[in-house]
Design a protein around this ligand. Structure first.
Ligand SMILES: [Zn+2]
Length: 377
């Protein structure tokens, strides 16, 4: 058995003031009768009834006369089944097509909702990346003094390996390399300062603002002063292209991105210092490493130091292969030598002719001064 054969619905007719009224619909075995709230009665015989579906919900069933002057409608979920039952199968065919229509309406509605949900999510993601992109672009507007401040505080909070080297021959040699490269920096306002640490680590890094650290392990490994200058040019390029700030923007996302855009750099400095402690400030994406290689080559070229020396350093590291000590940190954060050698050569091919001059450094003498350092310990 089905429920009551009385349903709440409505009527469209020119005979009603305003053309429309709510009504109570009663189903009998021959047809339906609607008693409107205005007190009028309207009836449609099943044999004259033309069914249709629609409404905002897609659930509204319309029963129309052939001349379409009268329409009785009902949104009750039980209405179609009751109609089928009362009409004794007379409307079965029309009802099944209405049901199919309702199903496809439902599917369409759900598809639309799903589509809207996907579009909304995409807009959010797109907006997020757009915001990050804007933040990265607005790094240009952040004063270089912010980089300097981040670098200074980060260096103070870092626990560096080994003791600081004060040997004048060693320190002056490294400073000479930096002095040759520094005037060719495209970012003005940076002050490059190098600190040499006595440790077997084959590593060097540059913090935002230009504070650099080089370990004696790397100096001892290098066959020429120009190879070290090659590594330093790459590290300086990270500071020149402000990769530290980009790194901060990437890691900390939206909040920092917004801070950057509104020019609040206080939080940025605090975050940079935290990142600096975890060395996250000096480990970059492959994309940024490649950019540092290219800018490093440009820097070397402009400073009249043969950029192929950098490739030579990679070659040397590559040849050592599996014998590399675990302490070769620079290598582990800068993998893929073959690709990097290719990047160096590619970047060099784009540059004009240049008369390379050797660095004014007695590399053998530097090596002499490096070795006793090891014996002292
Ligand atoms: Zn790097």
């Amino acid at each position: 058995m089905y429920g009551p054969s009385e349903f709440e619905g409505g009527v469209f007719s020119d005979e009603i003031d305003g053309g429309r009224a709510s009504a109570t619909i009663e189903l009998s075995t021959s047809g339906m009768v609607a008693l409107t709230s205005t007190g009028q009665r309207f009836g449609i015989l099943y044999r004259d009834c033309q069914l249709d579906i629609g409404g905002a919900s897609g659930r509204m069933v319309f029963c129309r006369t052939p001349d379409r002057k009268l329409t009785i409608f009902c949104e009750d979920r039980r209405f179609p089944a009751a109609l089928d039952m009362e009409s004794g199968g007379e409307l079965a065919e029309q009802l099944s097509s209405v049901r199919g229509q309702r199903l496809s309406e439902g599917i369409r509605w759900r598809m639309w909702l799903l589509g809207m949900a996907i579009v909304s999510v995409l807009c959010l993601i797109g907006g997020y990346y757009a915001l990050i992109a804007v933040a990265k672009a607005s790094i240009v507007a952040v004063p270089v003094s912010v980089d300097t401040k981040i670098g200074k505080l980060a260096l103070e909070s870092l626990e560096l390996e080994g003791t600081r080297v004060t040997d004048k021959v060693v320190v002056d040699a490294v400073q000479e390399m930096v002095s040759r490269l520094e005037p060719h920096s495209e970012l003005k306002g940076l002050t490059f300062e190098v600190r040499v640490m006595d440790s077997p680590e084959v590593n060097a890094f540059c913090l935002p603002g230009g504070k650099m650290v080089v370990y004696t392990g790397l100096l001892k490994k290098a066959k020429t002063a120009e190879q070290v200058a090659g590594v330093l040019s790459h590290e300086m390029a990270h500071a020149i292209k402000r990769h530290g700030l980009q790194r901060i923007t990437e890691s900390l996302g939206i909040v920092v991105a917004i801070e950057l855009m509104i020019g609040d750099v206080g939080g940025l400095v605090a975050i940079g210092v935290e990142l600096g402690k975890s060395a996250a400030l000096t480990s970059y994406s492959r994309e940024l490493e490649t950019e540092a290689d290219i800018v490093g080559v440009q820097l070397l070229h402009a400073a009249a130091i043969d950029p192929l020396e950098l490739a030579g350093f990679f070659e040397m590291l590559k040849d050592e292969g599996d014998d590399l000590p675990a302490a070769m940190r620079w290598l582990s954060t800068h993998p893929e030598h073959e690709a990097r050698i290719a990047t160096v050569r590619g970047a060099l091919a784009k540059l004009g002719a240049q008369q390379y001059r050797p660095l004014d450094i007695d590399w053998d003498d530097v090596q002499q001064h490096l070795n006793p350092l090891k014996d002292d310990k």
